[in-house]
Design a protein around this ligand. Structure first.
Ligand SMILES: C[S@@+](CC[C@H](N)C(=O)[O-])C[C@H]1O[C@@H](n2cnc3c(N)ncnc32)[C@H](O)[C@@H]1O
Length: 393
């Protein structure tokens, strides 16, 4: 039976208004210079610890400044890494929610969004004093340890990590992050992005000095957050499995850059940081979306695997988002066994298949100076910006 005009009007008016709002938002997004050739401000908390493929803060900032977040909605990054989206949302007065599989990512995101614990530098001094003790220690069983760490450094890092675990609970994350930030520096590893063992002339005293300096730097960076620290929650786990029931219908906007096939290896980058801080990097690798290892084994992953993972992710977003909530993705292409994979198309189609509407698609150039990882195998020079929206009813 044909719908009479009088009946159709309320629906089409609402849909029409939403389409007009989407078009206005798309026009604003199109006006953003996504390359961020000139950065206005660089905040100290952006560089407290290295993280591969982390956002420059302007990127999540641009989404937060342009899109109308449904009132009271949380800002979520479901692959939050070092917590850039969370920190930028907090800076703008939002409450935030992050998820990441990698415990080093979660540690960074927690520390960057939590109040600075009082008296933490006193704890840092006590930890440093432990390093001067001469009692024997039992070095943890870590695969290939002797290749990457000199015996004197092994002992110093054992003392350091054990002393941190004896510190007051409220100080531990701060101290762990400071310790994590020096692991590669005091190891034999050439650099964060070069996995060759070389003689760097490091000694046990360098562990003490580097750790204490790192504590001061972190302290200064956290002190320079001149904004109210609204609630921030970081959930450590596999986005596709972890229970998020308590956040159903509470998220106003998702801003993320997902892991994508055969590009970055977060578990590998933080492998020894995880071992030293008592985590198991191998179990992280197994659940890490896109990890290169999954593409070079028997029953290997393919681009289809990523299609399914993104559909599952959007099914979760559908539950978590408020009506009219936004999903903003920044994603590059990948090359799997010579085949170029358009991950932005996969993300967009996964969203559309789960009932989201497409709002905007743009491109940004990844400037050479902004690369935080050696990606010669993937050659990522451009990223896509994809914005979708949960339908309002
Ligand atoms: C591109 S990085 C995010 C970087 C982040 N935007 C930042 O500014 O630091 C992607 C993240 O996805 C995480 N990840 C990979 N597989 C995951 C999974 N199954 N569940 C949750 N997080 C995952 C990785 O650990 C990594 O931190």
């Amino acid at each position: 039976m044909p719908v009479r005009a009088a009946e159709a009007t309320p629906y089409s008016t609402a849909a029409g208004a939403r389409q007009a709002e989407n078009a206005a938002v798309a026009a604003k997004l199109a006006a953003v210079d996504w390359d961020f050739k000139v950065r206005v401000v660089q905040h100290d908390i952006e560089s407290v610890h290295p993280y591969p493929a982390k956002f420059i803060a302007d990127l999540p900032g641009a989404f937060l400044d342009v899109l109308p977040v449904p009132s009271g909605g949380l800002i979520m990054d479901p692959f939050c890494g070092s917590g850039t989206t969370l920190a930028e949302a907090q800076r703008r007065g939002f409450e935030t929610l992050g998820v990441d599989l990698n415990p080093i990512a979660c540690l960074m995101a927690r520390v960057k969004t939590s109040p600075l614990p009082e008296g933490v530098l006193k704890s840092a001094d006590l930890v440093v004093r432990e390093l001067d003790k001469s009692a024997a220690v039992e070095v943890p069983l870590i695969p290939n340890l002797a290749h990457w760490f000199k015996p004197s450094i092994q002992v110093a890092l054992t003392r350091l990590t054990q002393a941190i675990e004896r510190a007051p609970e409220a100080h531990k994350d701060f101290l762990r992050l400071a310790a994590s930030s020096i692991i590669v520096r005091v190891s034999n590893q050439e650099s964060d992005t070069r996995y060759a063992a070389i003689e760097k002339g490091v000694e046990a005293k360098d562990v003490r000095e580097a750790f204490r300096k790192s504590c001061d730097r972190l302290h200064a960076a956290l002190t320079s957050r001149f904004y109210v620290l609204n609630a921030a929650t970081v959930v450590e786990g596999d986005l596709l499995k972890v229970d998020m029931g308590e956040y159903s219908g509470r998220v106003g906007m998702i801003v993320t850059s997902p892991p994508y096939p055969n590009a970055y290896e977060y578990w590998l980058y933080h492998k020894y940081r995880m071992w030293w801080l008592g985590h198991n990097p191998i179990s992280v690798k197994e659940k890490e979306i896109g990890a290169r290892a999954h593409f070079f084994k028997k029953n290997r992953h393919t681009s289809e695997t990523f299609v399914h993972q993104m559909q599952e992710a959007f099914a979760r977003f559908g539950e978590l988002l408020m009506p009219g909530g936004w999903v903003c993705f920044v994603v590059g292409r990948s090359v799997i066994h010579g085949e170029v994979i358009d991950n932005a198309k996969i993300v967009e189609e996964a969203g559309l298949a789960m009932g989201f509407e497409a709002v905007y698609r743009g491109t940004r150039n990844v400037l050479g100076s902004r690369k935080s990882f050696n990606l010669s195998h993937a050659n990522i020079k451009q990223e896509a910006i994809v914005v979708l929206r949960k339908v309002a009813s």
